[in-house]
Design a protein around this ligand. Structure first.
Ligand SMILES: Cc1cc2nc3c(=O)[nH]c(=O)nc-3n(C[C@H](O)[C@H](O)[C@H](O)COP(=O)(O)OP(=O)(O)OC[C@H]3O[C@@H](n4cnc5c(N)ncnc54)[C@H](O)[C@@H]3O)c2cc1C
Length: 365
């Protein structure tokens, strides 16, 4: 079967928060946008669904204060606690709320905004390859040509893989900075707060997050620092919190601490997880996905005017985020890098007690 060639101003690969945000903003400004996803929507997405203040403020600034309809918020709470093993080292009330969303509903809500601005959505359409010179995206269905391509495919991005294969991007540090995250919903455990557990995995932590009529339990840790052990560590964590857990929990990768040497190539831009935009300490990625989706859209709109490559405009605006994430990676290595558990405990206690307010600012802002 001959594949059809479809032409657009912008082809966006991946309709998660990063891609759908970029699509909404570009379509709103009159560009002809193709938004492609291999899944049918609404689709499930393994995620804690925790939104910090900076995330929900950003979302409201882009989509309006009516974005968070009551049905979109599963739970909200300002309570949180931190453990080191069994020892509770901090129990606090944040001045700001943590909001918990269900990604199936949340991602669909952003997609609806993009569709409302008349972005063209192609579901069940899997990106297979790209032709960088001809700005074409090959999928299982059609071939999409665009003046600009936005790569928002998440951690296993095909487009990023092509840029690396063609020597345009350096993948140095990518594998060493992959976090394996596993989680499931528990229907017996109830809680009204976020609980974070350190001390039983290296470069990572376990979590219990509140939710509507169920509780989310998970672990995330750098694979390179815990070779083959994360599943066992998750079991140890579940024993500690006395939760049985299913035979197999959902698992997914998070790029925590890989910052590419380039944020794309000419008029191809990497956003969200595809570009490594995730907090290396907390694993928070929704904020960075939406922020870089917005920045990529702004860069493309600016390129339409100044005729520079969108990569140049994007580099200028994303520099702050890149340097902020680099700083956080250095802090991560300082906090988790110590070889002595006692020193680590001591470190944590000092940080938590002395800088409780700073810690909350660090998380929320
Ligand atoms: C277990 C877990 C818990 C997490 N908890 C939190 C949390 O509580 N708070 C937080 O802020 N972050 C959290 N994160 C991180 C967060 O989920 C990601 O950073 C965020 O989803 C990134 O958004 P994105 O749009 O870049 O990519 P994604 O959300 O991954 O979206 C990518 C989209 O691209 C599509 N796609 C992929 N490949 C192709 C292809 N070849 N062709 C076409 N389409 C494709 C996918 O179907 C998907 O819809 C968590 C991650 C995990 C794994």
């Amino acid at each position: 079967m001959n594949k059809k060639i479809l032409e657009f101003d912008v082809v966006i690969c991946g309709s998660g928060p990063a891609g759908a945000t970029a699509a909404a903003l570009l379509a709103k400004n009159g560009l002809k946008v193709a938004l492609i996803d291999k899944e049918d929507f609404p689709r499930d997405k393994l995620c804690g669904g925790l939104l910090t203040e900076k995330s929900y403020k950003l979302i409201e600034s882009i989509f309006g204060s009516d974005f968070f309809e009551p049905d979109l918020i599963e739970f909200s709470s300002s309570k949180f606690e931190i453990f080191y093993g069994k020892l509770k080292v901090l129990s606090a009330l944040s001045k700001k709320l943590f909001i918990y969303v269900n990604r199936k509903k949340f991602d669909f809500a952003i997609l609806q905004r993009a569709l409302g601005f008349r972005a063209y959505f192609f579901n069940k359409t899997k990106v297979i390859d790209i032709d960088i010179k001809n700005m074409s995206v090959f999928t299982n269905n059609n071939i999409f040509k665009g003046k600009y391509i936005v790569d928002a495919e998440g951690v296993n991005s095909v487009v990023r893989g092509c840029l690396i294969k063609n020597g345009i991007l350096d993948d140095g540090g990518y594998k060493e900075n992959l976090t394996l995250a596993m989680e499931f919903y528990d229907y017996k455990l109830t809680t009204d707060r976020a609980s974070i557990y350190f001390g039983f995995t290296k470069f990572g932590y376990g979590w219990i997050f509140p939710n509507k009529e169920r509780t989310l339990v998970g672990i995330g840790a750098l694979i390179s620092k815990n070779r083959g052990l994360i599943k066992k560590q998750f079991k140890n964590f579940l024993n500690l919190i006395k939760v049985e857990g299913p035979a197999n929990s959902g698992a997914h990768l998070i790029p925590t601490g890989w910052i590419p040497d380039r944020l794309g190539c000419d008029n191809i831009l990497l956003v969200g997880d595809a570009g490594g935009f995730v907090d290396p300490i907390t694993g928070e990625g929704i904020y960075y996905a939406i922020k870089t989706g917005q920045m990529a859209a702004d860069a493309i709109l600016m390129s339409e005017k100044n005729k520079l490559f969108a990569e140049i405009n994007y580099n200028l605006s994303a520099q702050n985020i890149v340097s902020n994430l680099s700083k956080r990676k250095t802090y991560r290595n300082l906090i988790f890098g110590t070889r002595f558990r006692l020193v680590m405990k001591f470190f944590l206690l000092i940080i938590l007690f002395a800088f409780k307010d700073k810690l909350l600012k660090f998380i929320h802002e």
